[in-house]
Design a protein around this ligand. Sequence first.
Ligand code: PLP
Length: 360
Amino acid sequence: MTLADTWRAARPPAAGVHLDSAACSRQSFAAIEAAAQHARHEAEVGGYVAAEAAAPALDAGRAAVRALTGMADADVVFTTGSNHALDALLADWPGERVIACLASEYGPNLAIMARHGFEIRELPVDGFGRLDLDAVGAALAGDPPALVHFTMLGSHSGVVQPVRDIAGACHTQGLPLIIDAAQGFAHLDCAGIGADALYSSSRKWTAGPRGVGVLATRPGFLSEDTRNRLGHAETNVGAHLGFSVALGEHIAAGPEAIQARLRDVGAATRQALTQVPGWRVVEDLDEPSAITTALPPDGVDAEQVRARLIAEHSVLTTYVDLWRAPTVMTRPALRISPHVDVTDDDLEVLTAALAAVPGV
Ligand SMILES: *Cc1c(COP(=O)(O)O)cnc(C)c1O
């Protein structure tokens, strides 16, 4: 069986065509079962006893995160999502409140930075919105921020940011680096970046349950108080188990094989979309991610298109409004983010449906 066949066979059949993994992937039977069985176990033996029994499986989940990030000695805690991790990191930050990030930073992240009183500096980019490698060293050296926050793959476009280059530049300048891997984790190679902190969400490319995320930090980066609070807060243990199972499945499938397949999926999706009159793909055809952003023809409302694709064609995509990257987005778009199991037939259904939407 191919990777795609195995991945598809491991989960309930989709009702239609699911092209929405950047928002929320489809969970496997095993991940769903792990959470459900834990709830049953809580009812049988009590929630705290059941949590003790679940500890080894949760440890395995945290070990998987250490392996996938190459952060062998990291403190790993489960969170309720990526924003929760950033909020905890910035609340804990003891230094000066000046942070550098890309102008295309995820809107809700910008709001969290502002809420914690951070002054935001923009990292230099090229005409494509990608980190400008020629200018970044000088920018960081000239007027250094206290902290760098880098989103390796955004929510508003599939343009992959050079995360290892920013890590190198931060290292040269001795600047701490936080990585938002909400879209990058279990999608792009996250191993050995050299960040002080990296966080992600369970429901996106890892295909775990909703309402869960993970934060990995270099030992000593978080205060003991914050680590204790994150480690002892009331949590959904069953959901953490489901996420841990999804992490195990990801590792069993082979992270490199998944990364390679997702690059092919992105290229095939963009190639398919070139057939649809009036729509324009933002990324290069071979941009190495599985996120495709399509701009509608003038006068066509992407939000309505997304709704009609679901209602009339059972095709699930994402409506990408300007809040996702408020500084750089000028028009709403449609995001198409299939996982490894997408077929040519699925992409044909999408392109035929898009071409059939009125207003084109
Ligand atoms: C989804 C997303 C987040 C927020 O993740 P939550 O788990 O919903 O908090 C942050 N950054 C990026 C780039 C995202 O795509």
